[in-house]
Design a protein around this ligand. Structure first.
Ligand code: SF4
Length: 228
């Protein structure tokens, strides 16, 4: 493959438009309170949405408030969230976050400059760029793009990110490419995830039937080599 050059916004919009045609246009509906979203995102690490949701529902059933979760025995929290996997790590992480935020409901992050809100979230224990972006986008409807494994893999193959870029670098690249528009940020995020799940899978990307093939250096290299 030729040397990587940063992608243009035009290319991002072409990708977005083709994904929209293939999968429809998702609607952004900010929903959970910021602390709820933050804990839900911690629970989503290394598991699927269904197990995450079961773990979250059990946690909310077992404890009547985040204060109770914070002050509970760690074993009790761990037991409640066990269906979400790596529950010992997640229980500790959740309690550390809740201790760090104290009585703060984080609602002020909706009013702060975006960079500042992101930096404050990333200062919380175990919170990285993806988790911060989930809270900013899904809870506040602010323009940030969570780069999960699907977004990272598909984005790298499409040439949106430098090969072997760190996840932080991929987040920076996404912010450079996406307009300050939450709807656009959400659509790009969801479109790339859908594509990663249905077509551009980790082990067996179906490049031959991919609507993005003409925009994709990875797919075009496979075609040139006769792989597809
Ligand atoms: S052409 Fe292949 S590698 Fe590129 S986005 Fe499509 S499925 Fe993924």
């Amino acid at each position: 493959m030729s040397e990587w050059k940063p992608a243009t916004r035009r290319k991002l919009l072409a990708i977005r438009d083709r994904l929209r045609k293939a999968y429809g246009r998702p609607a952004l509906r900010p929903h959970l309170a910021p602390v709820d979203e933050l804990i839900l995102t911690v629970l989503s690490q290394n598991t699927n949405d269904r197990n995450r949701d079961v773990a979250y529902a059990r946690l909310r059933e077992r404890f009547s408030s985040w204060d109770e979760v914070r002050d509970a025995d760690e074993d009790e929290v761990e037991e409640a969230i066990r269906p979400g996997g790596i529950s010992r790590v997640k229980a500790g992480r959740i309690q550390k976050i809740l201790r760090a935020i104290g009585d703060d409901d984080l609602s002020r992050l909706g009013e702060e400059p975006l960079d500042q809100a992101r930096a404050e979230l990333c200062e919380l224990p175990g919170v990285g760029r993806k988790t911060a972006a989930c809270v900013l986008l899904f809870s506040f409807g602010r323009a940030d793009v969570p780069v999960d494994t699907h977004v990272y893999r598909v984005g790298t193959r499409l040439g949106l990110f430098r090969p072997k870029a760190s996840f932080d670098e991929a987040h920076d690249e996404m912010l450079r490419l996406v307009a300050d528009d939450p709807e656009e940020a959400y659509e790009v995020h969801v479109g790339l995830i859908r594509h990663g799940r249905r077509t551009c899978t980790a082990r067996d990307p179906r490049c031959g039937e991919c609507p993005l093939l003409s925009l994709c250096p990875y797919g075009k290299a496979r075609r040139r080599s006769g792989e597809i």
